[in-house]
Write a protein that binds this ligand. Structure first.
Ligand SMILES: Nc1ncnc2c1ncn2[C@@H]1O[C@H](COP(=O)(O)OP(=O)(O)OP(=O)(O)O)[C@@H](O)[C@H]1O
Ligand SMILES: C[C@@](O)(CCOP(=O)(O)OP(=O)(O)O)CC(=O)O
Length: 396
């Protein structure tokens, strides 16, 4: 049987504490500010991707969630695939004994085990999994940092999904090539294993204004963004990195919530304004704010990306209590189990119930309980998503 050049990987979702919002260069995807995220566990949220190169393939093709995605010339997918083929060609030139496969077309098949394009950072895990699968297929010696340069060209936040744990995306200063705009691991997942997340899926439909178009409009119209870029983010990045290093959850939480608030203030300051949060999102802010009032230091940190879904960071010790609180205001049709035990709705002692109304079942469609997790994983060929002919094993 002729050689099969194939790799299957999975990659995680990351949710930012310091938000990336704005590009200084659209085609290279260079950001206006640095950002920092927590990588979430692939046991709960992941993109799985198989990449294969073969001389019999007549074109580069990609299937996502069972449906073929057109690879537009000059588009982000095309850029990532082309860049990875370039790295393989360089590798073959430096290692003449290596098989010449850089010129072969590739078939790529990917699945997300969570809603795609629904504000849960599927582009981050998706492009990270694609770049990592190609890097394993091509047996490249490149580091996650090197690979983050390419994943960034797929989707800015994807660069952070090349690492586990706590990850910064340094904006860099090389505006000509973006060679220093890449991800850096601030701390591995083992540094703070008690860091957990409760995701409140408020709406899993495709959102109105995409992150890409939203931040474009912000850069052009928001004066507040300029203040954020120059006066706020640089010091906030340093502060949150120190809070993570020292495992000071209270400071980590306050910075995270303040940055989420400022990101959405900037969205509102965009003209025309962008409203990513809704009444349910704001109710969650109200109950977490009241919950934090009960203790000297915040015990929960909400953060919102470009959508209404809430991500609540908390330490293991407090997650159950927070889930009880969320269930009190947002009853679920299904049982919620944390740590092997069903969660019952309840309010903590001293909590002011009047801070929000109790919602109907369905206002929060679902809860995902996860934790800080590792970076991309190499999976065995038994988990490959392509069949012997290089086509998706199941077409939806
Ligand atoms: N597994 C994947 N492999 C390759 N590309 C993917 C994958 N998952 C998502 N994508 C790409 O990302 C796009 C969705 O990105 P988009 O930014 O619109 O939504 P999101 O990332 O899920 O939400 P948000 O950016 O608000 O967190 C998809 O249309 C597809 O082009
Ligand atoms: C609000 C955010 O989630 C924005 C994510 O934007 P994308 O990385 O999806 O944007 P593109 O670079 O245009 O693909 C904040 C963050 O993840 O840092």
């Amino acid at each position: 049987m002729s050689n099969v050049y194939q790799a299957t990987t999975s990659a995680p979702v990351n949710i930012a504490c310091i938000k990336y919002w704005g590009k200084r260069n659209e085609s290279l995807i260079l950001p206006t500010n640095s950002s920092l995220s927590v990588t979430l566990s692939q046991d709960n949220l992941r993109s799985t991707t198989t990449a294969r190169a073969d001389p019999s393939f007549t074109a580069d093709r990609l299937w996502l969630n069972g449906k073929e995605d057109i690879i537009k010339l000059g588009g982000r997918l095309h850029t990532c695939i082309t860049e990875m083929k370039r790295l393989r060609a360089e590798f073959e030139a430096a290692n003449p004994d290596q098989p010449k496969i850089a010129s072969f077309n590739v078939h790529i098949c990917s699945f997300n085990n969570f809603p795609t394009a629904a504000g849960l950072a599927s582009s981050a895990s998706g492009f990270a999994a694609l770049v990592y699968a190609l890097s394993r297929l091509y047996v490249l010696p490149h580091s996650p940092e090197d690979l983050s340069l390419i994943a960034r060209r797929g989707s800015g936040s994807a660069c952070r999904s090349l690492f586990g744990g706590f990850v910064a995306w340094d904006m860099g200063s090389d505006d000509a090539t973006g060679s220093d705009s890449k991800a850096r691991q601030v701390a591995p997942e083992s540094h703070w294993p008690e860091m957990e997340a409760l995701i409140c899926v408020v709406n899993d439909a495709k959102k109105g204004t995409s992150s890409t178009s939203g931040m474009q409009r912000t850069v052009v119209t928001s004066a507040l963004l300029q203040h954020r870029i120059s006066e706020v983010v640089p010091s906030r990045m340093a502060e949150i990195e120190r809070a993570i290093a020292d495992k000071r959850f209270g400071d980590f939480a306050e910075i995270t919530m303040r940055d989420s608030n400022q990101f959405h203030a900037v969205a509102l300051d965009t003209y025309p304004p962008i409203f990513y949060m809704n009444d349910v999102s704001r109710a969650i802010i109200a109950i977490i704010t009241e919950y934090n009032r009960l203790s000297e230091q915040p015990k929960a940190a909400y953060t919102y990306d470009a959508g209404p879904n809430a991500v609540i960071y908390a330490l293991t010790l407090n997650v159950r209590e927070i889930a009880q609180l969320v269930l009190y205001y947002f009853p679920q049709a299904e049982k919620v189990v944390i740590g092997g035990k069903e969660v019952e709705a309840a309010l903590p002692e001293g909590f002011n119930e009047a801070v929000a109304k109790r919602w109907e079942v369905g206002a929060v469609k679902g809860l995902i309980h996860t934790r800080v997790g590792d970076g991309p994983r190499v999976l065995s060929d038994s988990e490959a998503l392509l069949n012997a002919q290089g086509m998706p094993k199941t077409i939806a």
